[in-house]
Design a protein around this ligand. Structure first.
Ligand code: ZN
Length: 283
């Protein structure tokens, strides 16, 4: 499976000369499976460029289909939704999975940002493509082609965000953004969801020092990401969802520091990388 990053920031887009290497768009990751199925994880502003690239394929002719997995509905995970080009091509079909109590509630939440006060299209029903909303109840399994996907609710400040474990083509990808663990780090049932992943994309919004000043935000530090990777014995850790004020240099430092933390704990075999816009990791 090919995993491509289209947006790696948290909270708000941060374009500018200080963020050109890692990118300034908010959370969006695409997964292309060996059987051609496409899975999109979160629709932050990075979804706009993903949409442009998909329009060059069957999605431009109304022959595309994909599954969209939403971790939660904070702005930086849904603001690319109205700007995702393939949604405007009749004939394309999408299943949108999110963490609401019901599919109706998920639909209502996503419809709110389409309302006339916020956006001229007024409803996603006016976009052209067929969108089916589906609530992911706890531990319910979603099947996409040959992929087996499980959703796991993580604490995220006053709310929750879903982590997704995707098993396909003999490989495992875990996406765990926007998580603020209790003091003890990830609990055992969460570690079980991450366990043995070939790639763990984990929230790394802050340095440990900055996180200590913003603990109520419900977001992870570099130390949380490293701890999760260690406990779950993953093969590769991708740092993700950087604070909007971190420059490329700051993110370089996070990656170097993460490498040192892993080495100090005897985890030399665990690879670490900083997620960057345009980067594809083949599993
Ligand atoms: Zn976020």
């Amino acid at each position: 499976m090919d995993v491509t990053f289209w947006g790696v920031r948290g909270s708000i887009p941060s374009p500018g000369p200080a963020t050109v290497r890692y990118g300034g768009n908010t959370s969006c990751v695409s997964v292309r499976l060996a059987d051609g199925e496409i899975i999109i994880i979160d629709c932050g502003t990075g979804a706009r460029n993903l949409g442009r690239s998909l329009l060059a394929s069957g999605f431009g002719k109304g022959k595309g289909s994909a599954t969209v997995l939403l971790s939660h509905a904070h702005w930086d995970h849904i603001q690319g939704f109205p700007f995702f080009g393939p949604f405007y091509v009749p004939g394309n079909r999408f299943t949108v999975v999110g963490g609401s109590h019901s599919s109706e509630l998920l639909e209502r939440v996503l419809e709110r940002q389409m309302a006339a006060q916020f956006f001229p299209v007024q409803s996603y029903r006016n976009m052209g493509a067929q969108l089916e909303m589906r609530a992911a109840s706890e531990d319910r399994e979603v099947r996409v082609g040959t992929a087996r996907i499980t959703a796991h609710p993580n604490p995220h400040g006053p709310t929750q965000a879903l982590a997704y474990r995707i098993e396909a083509d003999g490989k495992t990808l875990v996406y765990a953004s926007d998580v603020g663990y209790d003091k003890g780090g990830p609990p055992e049932e969460t570690v079980a969801v991450y366990r043995g992943a070939d790639l763990l994309i984990h929230d790394c919004t802050f340095t440990p020092e900055d996180q200590a000043q913003r603990i109520t935000r419900g977001l992870s530090s570099l130390a949380d990401a490293v701890e999760a990777a260690l406990r779950a014995q993953v093969k590769r850790l991708a740092l993700f969802h950087y604070d909007q004020d971190y420059s490329d240099h700051d993110v370089d430092e996070l990656v170097l520091r993460g490498r040192r933390l892993l080495d100090e704990r005897g985890a030399q075999p665990i690879e670490i990388l900083g997620a960057a816009e345009g980067l594809t990791v083949r599993l």
